[in-house]
Design a protein around this ligand. Sequence first.
Ligand SMILES: Cc1cc2nc3c(=O)[nH]c(=O)nc-3n(C[C@H](O)[C@H](O)[C@H](O)COP(=O)(O)OP(=O)(O)OC[C@H]3O[C@@H](n4cnc5c(N)ncnc54)[C@H](O)[C@@H]3O)c2cc1C
Length: 413
Amino acid sequence: MTAGAGEDEGRIMPDHPEHVVVVGAGLGGVRTVEQLRARGHQGRITLIGAEEHPPYDRPPLSKQILTRDWEPERAVLRDRAGLDGLGVSVRLGTRAVGLHGSTVELSDGSGVTGDAVVLATGAAARRLPGQPDGVAVLRTLDDALALRDAFGSARSLLVVGAGFIGAEAAWAARRLGLDVTVLEAVPVPCERVLGRGVGALAARLFTDAGVDLRCGSAITRFADEHTVELADGTTVSADVVLVGIGATPDLTWLDGAGLETGDGLACEGNGRVVGTSGVWALGDMAAWWDPARGRFHRHEHWTSAVDQVTAVVCDLLGEERSAPVVPYVWSDQFGLKIQVLGRTDLADEVVPLDGAGLRGGPVKGTIVGYLADGVLAGVVGFGAPAKVARYRALVGRSPAATDSAGAVGERLG
Ligand SMILES: Cc1cc2nc3c(=O)[nH]c(=O)nc-3n(C[C@H](O)[C@H](O)[C@H](O)COP(=O)(O)OP(=O)(O)OC[C@H]3O[C@@H](n4cnc5c(N)ncnc54)[C@H](O)[C@@H]3O)c2cc1C
């Protein structure tokens, strides 16, 4: 059923694809292979991954790997034997360099053609203009191992960016005894996700842990790999400098494929790549159509990648898709778990649901509700996982429903 490279442009995908080519051997790619088999796909699967490492999970990189609580093997999603057990043809250390129809061109000059192609090539760490090579980023296992080696002989760390990964790295470094400074351009950490008031709670976690957090501090340039210059002309130096300002998909390999590659590869709401037949994309690289936002939107979180796998595999196999789940993100930092349920970005009002953090009390145990037009659009919890889980069923419901469930507490003024 499978044609040779280049033979299938414009072909109509059969009802049940025999050969599925999965590009990107990270979380989304591996979960796609697993779900295809779990849902009964008996045809061939080829998995292509740019990195030499067996597929691994990224959340531990900024947590247990940095602190040396885990050796890298514990982060492996599937080793070679595990992949063999799924009957998948694996090509690691091989980069996809082009896409023509459903033929993927590879860095070794060969091509592989599927009846269906699933793209899951993730994202690359964003860098700042003029960033020296010796300044660290944290996206890959190699990045994490290099950073933890550097921590071994360093006394100080400077983190640029107080987002989730910057916070986790800062906490890991504090646990290892380093002096840590964090520079953040906006007034509070994670302002986009948490908002100003709740971001101030996150800021307290940094300072309570002894981090020198400087918000509203944009850097103007790197003097060298240890020193940055700020807008006010002062400089900040450390033994190790880490830039943690998010990630952006590298879609240059799709140049020439005629696809919409703005911030993420444009996909329909079921993951089909716009303008293609038989090609899907998911995870950090993909911007799926989001009817609530009225635009394409790219998620960069573990759970959304896994949820998208289910949607893609169901669509690919012609199965009914289950109802979309409530979006969920977590981060482990400063000894507690921060959890974000739903869509905090839609909120026009923030209400305390539990704990006293918004009234100056302890951050741990604080749970905050985000209301949009009176509907509970999102929930953020600080170190209260069992209680946060109870709110999941309430996200998307009106305040009357949540009040009657005893969920929404006193409104903020
Ligand atoms: C340090 C770190 C910590 C994180 N912690 C959390 C967390 O606590 N909570 C949370 O919700 N999310 C977290 N995330 C985000 C989460 O890990 C990602 O959303 C998830 O990995 C996305 O899966 P993916 O398959 O899209 O991409 P990835 O897992 O990045 O996999 C993409 C794979 O594709 C490969 N690839 C790239 N280009 C090509 C190509 N041209 N050809 C072939 N292969 C290619 C890459 O090498 C990579 O292995 C974290 C991310 C990082 C980096």
